[in-house]
Design a protein around this ligand. Structure first.
Ligand code: 28F
Length: 645
């Protein structure tokens, strides 16, 4: 991680922009939201400063603690934020960095701020949104401390001792006035992000300790993330439990005046096609962008060129498509650039056009050389891609033979779909309902102007284990694709979605949970963009009806609530509880008012917070290898999320 950086700097390097008042007025502008996601962004902002210090070559170990009271401490062994007087502000530089917006700006043009939560708004934002922040700096043999509250200095910088090593320690208490939804940290979310950061920056060492959780012998739960193999280890992590075609990931890198790219990729015998993750300055570009497009184009071209040159693909045979080439491929594309342009709905699409060329050139060179130098695995890669092509062609012929329209060509919507009358997708929603009886009552219950119903009969195909072609020959899958309207694969277009809310409504029993996970696997594998856009929801029908004497039925949505509600009933009062096993047990009126009416219902929006986590969950749980599934279930069984994924 050594890069030539100016060892001197002075306070002039800081652009002093403005105070912190705007941050508390509109926190969402700076950290995206004040929900759990925003709460976790606070940690990323602080850690990113340590990561920058590490990338500059001055820090080797970052430690993070979650304390009992859900406050956070981050400590690095970098140079320590400077404490000298700022020439213009006449206060210590560390105070400027912590109290002035964007004052943490990094060195001039040479380096690049390669980390960035919401693109590096700076640690002063964390200060503004915390009831308390204590910063300790070790530098030049002395230890200093300064304290803040909601962005204001409450204790001036003072020397509190001496220290041998240099570094910076920041502790902060998120402000419950800002984070009204929750101030509770989720270990898994932080662990996943630190794992990702460590993968993306080889040899970076991050230790996460949770003081809220003691393990069996009373120690705090703790994990160290450090990968000398960097993104090659990331690909191995994604491919755990799958049968690899290349002995180890293919790795290559390139650089240009605008920045640098490194790529690791590995094909396996699995069917998954979207384990290609792309990052720009450590930010997960979930909406893709020029680097990902450059990668896809170059992989497809390089594979086809090689296949033709070696005569594996006959002249008369059509080209392998991108999907054929990427079947079973896991890859990490990580670009670092000085002046990243982020676009898209969630600002996670890279716009820099020069990155397309840089990446496609690197792939053509790197993958091309690999195929030339490793003819046996190369042959297996090509065979797998051409197998996908032939299977697709065969399925198409079979479909044409049975004269059943190919799902992409048939414009007729599936018979079972009770569509809504509105054509405005953003106002429309479709309920995917398990079983005909529930489907029937949902059709009666719905508001047909904007609510569509698609009843599904029985189990749907596990697309994780079946290739694309088997998936396309399943009626259920094809009716889903047609009803949703976006198409799949190369022709997928999220703009064509006929509904902006796709609501999975299944029974609250094990079968319902199984259908739900099969549907989520389908969306994750074939329409991940809809997950990224937050179009996918899970309906929460009530589990119980609580009837007390003549009073109206009260609907209870989970066991805790039932315990709470029944505990409130005075002793001796008669009441009875009905457990709704299936949606079909509710009459249309009940189904409407409890689960479908927009201002009454409770729905879970499904998002892919962490691509690597989701990837592993789906492939471990749904894939054909039994071992990883057993491990995953043992590891996550107690985790309520597991039941709801
Ligand atoms: C736990 C959070 O914030 N670590 C940091 C440094 C080191 C320097 C620095 C930070 C001054 C004008 C840019 C030291 N010596 N951990 C952290 N470590 N900021 S933040 O300087 C800020 C510059 O703006 C540092 C020489 N150069 C830079």
């Amino acid at each position: 991680m050594t890069e030539t950086k100016p060892t001197h700097y002075n306070g002039n390097d800081i652009q002093v922009l403005e105070g912190l008042e705007p941050v508390r007025k509109r926190p969402g502008m700076y950290i995206g939201s004040t929900s759990a996601r925003g709460l976790h962004h606070l940690v990323y902002e602080v850690v990113d400063n340590s990561v920058d210090e590490a990338l500059a070559g001055y820090c080797s170990h970052i430690k993070v603690w979650i304390h009992q009271d859900n406050s956070i401490t981050v400590q690095d062994d970098g140079r320590g934020i400077p404490v000298d007087k700022h020439p213009k502000e006449h206060i210590p530089t560390v105070e400027v960095v912590l109290t002035i917006l964007h004052a943490g700006g990094k060195f001039g043009g040479e380096g690049y701020k390669v980390s960035g939560g919401l693109h590096g708004v700076g640690v002063s934002v964390v200060n503004a949104l915390s009831t308390k922040m204590i910063v300790q700096v070790c530098r030049d043999g002395s230890q200093y401390e300064i304290a803040f509250s909601r962005g204001k200095t409450v204790e001036k910088l003072k020397k509190i001792g001496s220290c041998k090593r240099s570094g910076t320690t920041v502790s902060f208490w998120p402000d419950p006035e800002i984070f009204t939804e929750t101030t509770e940290y989720e270990y898994r979310i932080l662990a996943n992000r630190f794992r990702e950061m460590a993968f993306l920056n080889k040899n970076l060492k991050i230790t996460l300790t949770d003081e809220r959780e003691k393990d069996e012998d009373g120690n705090d739960r703790s994990e160290v993330f450090e990968y000398s193999g960097g993104i090659q280890d990331f690909v191995k992590f994604l491919n755990q439990g799958k049968e690899a075609i290349t002995r180890k990931p293919i790795y290559f890198e390139a650089e240009s005046p605008e920045g640098e790219v490194e790529i690791a990729m590995q094909w396996t015998e699995s069917y998954s096609t979207n384990s290609v993750l792309s990052f720009a300055n450590n930010i997960n570009t979930q909406e893709g962008g020029t680097h990902l497009e450059g990668f896809k184009q170059a992989v497809t071209r390089t594979i086809n060129d090689y296949a033709r040159q070696k005569g594996i693909l006959k002249d008369k045979e059509k080209n392998l498509t991108g999907d054929d080439c990427r079947e079973g491929l896991a890859a990490i594309i990580s670009v670092k650039l000085h002046d990243p342009q982020f676009e898209g709905q969630t600002k996670t699409k890279l716009g820099n056009s020069e990155m397309r060329q840089l990446v496609s050139g690197a792939v053509t060179q790197g993958l091309g050389e690999y195929l030339e130098e490793n003819p046996r695995p190369a042959r297996k890669i090509i065979d797998k891609a051409s197998q996908a092509l032939r299977a697709r062609e065969a399925a198409r012929k079979a479909r044409d033979l049975t004269r059943r329209k190919n799902v992409m060509e048939s414009f007729s919507l599936p018979g079972k779909l009770a569509d809504c009358s509105s054509k405005d997708a953003s106002a429309s929603e479709i309920f995917i309902v398990e079983g005909d009886s529930a489907g029937g009552s949902a059709k009666q219950a719905r508001d047909r102007t904007y609510q569509a119903i698609l009843p599904l009969r029985g189990k749907i195909l596990n697309v994780e284990r079946a290739g694309r072609n088997r998936a396309l020959s399943s009626d259920t899958i094809t009716s889903l694709i047609t009803a949703i309207g976006t198409n799949i694969g190369e022709d997928f277009d999220a703009e064509k979605a006929r509904y902006h809310r796709i609501i999975i409504m299944t029974d609250a029993d094990v079968d319902g949970a199984h259908i739900r996970i099969l549907l989520l696997t389908f969306f994750y594998r074939y329409m991940p963009e809809l997950l990224n856009r937050g179009y996918i929801y899970i309906a929460q029908p009530p589990l119980y009806g609580l009837k007390q004497g003549k009073k109206k039925i009260r609907y209870i949505y989970n066991d805790d609530a039932l315990a709470r509600e029944t505990a409130k009933i005075p002793d001796g009062t008669k009441y009875d509880v009905q457990r709704y096993k299936g949606l079909g047990e509710m009459d249309p009126e009940q189904l409407w008012s409890t689960t479908m009416e927009p201002d009454q219902r409770i729905m879970l929006q499904v998002t892919i917070d962490d691509a690597a986590d989701a990837e592993r969950a789906v492939s471990d749980l749904m894939g054909s290898q039994v071992e990883p599934r057993k491990e995953y279930i043992q590891k996550h069984a107690k985790d309520a999320r597991f039941l709801d994924i």
